[in-house]
Design a protein around this ligand. Sequence first.
Ligand SMILES: NC(=O)c1ccc[n+]([C@@H]2O[C@H](COP(=O)([O-])OP(=O)(O)OC[C@H]3O[C@@H](n4cnc5c(N)ncnc54)[C@H](OP(=O)(O)O)[C@@H]3O)[C@@H](O)[C@H]2O)c1
Length: 334
Amino acid sequence: MKAAFINSYGQFDQIKIGDIDRPEIDDHDVLIKMKAASVNPIDWKMVHGDLKALIKLKFPLVLGSDGAGVIEEVGAGVTEFNVGDEVFFRCDKANIGTFAEYFAIPANLIAKKPTNMSFEEAASIPLVGLTTYQALKEKAGMTEGSRVLIHAGAGGVGSFAIQFAKAFGAHVATTASKKRFVLLAELGADEIIDYQSQHIENELNGFDIVFNTLGDSVQEPSYKTLKKGGVLVNVLGIPEPLVVAQYTSNILVKLISHINQWRKEGLAAKYNAKYKHLLMYADGKQLREIADLIEAGKIRAIIDSTFPLAKVKEAFERSATGRAQGKIIIKISD
Ligand SMILES: NC(=O)c1ccc[n+]([C@@H]2O[C@H](COP(=O)([O-])OP(=O)(O)OC[C@H]3O[C@@H](n4cnc5c(N)ncnc54)[C@H](OP(=O)(O)O)[C@@H]3O)[C@@H](O)[C@H]2O)c1
């Protein structure tokens, strides 16, 4: 089968499009004939080897972390899904490879594709949707009426997160450049801050939650927007020590994560706030809840651009500019 893979870490010219063996399934897996996948910054960061201290992956390493397709085979122990079901999913970090014609995955990580989305639209959702669910619901405890600041509202995560938070009745502020304002207002943002000419700490206060999708550059000003006891959830940088320990026994890596956590919590304490880091995980049940919100018309896909499988390198170049509006899609088959 055709796939996009690398044989070693390096630059984007390491990416090869070629033939590799079709995966085989275990009893609790399904084999998916891939229709589309999406580009997430983690995919191109992985080409550079950014996760290698945490996760040991084997070469050839097929790229791609989420997608949508049709079930081609089911394992003997799978009862919830059948051949022909249309599904979408985020794969486990240790078993990636959705930029390929077929992908094998445990059935508990997939969900039925929302009926009101195309395969390309559905493929845009799993990684950013689960990241948002886990950041806002699990880590930050968002409820109706929560005041939530979502950084980079026009990005893949941000454009989903605004809609998700509004679906739960939150008050949403977001940051963006001026040219994104029309879209972000359509998605339901209540306040939009132009990060090129305004400072969030001068414009916003009394927030319960900050969803930090930009990392250290916005950390300190973000704390100034929070009320006492507010929570900042960061998805960049070093994961929490307990999460790091799930992936590696390397003492140095673990020590670095403890020091980082101690520093980050120290800064949060200065502002009477809480610091949390999220490294998102695959989850079929949460994805089903997201599919329900989509079918109820509360969330739509925001697509920046679509590339064929042969052009993964070009799709990564587009993503790495940091200027995509919504998601970049890899179309794999009709
Ligand atoms: N830890 C995890 O589990 C996890 C999960 C998902 C994502 N992430 C990380 O989260 C980050 C965001 O992911 P993404 O998919 O949303 O990225 P993305 O789609 O590439 O984000 C691009 C968007 O960011 C906006 N942007 C750039 N700089 C900005 C700034 N200073 N202020 C406000 N907006 C800004 C851009 O808008 P303009 O063009 O208008 O500037 C653009 O629309 C990535 O680093 C990714 O690796 C982590």
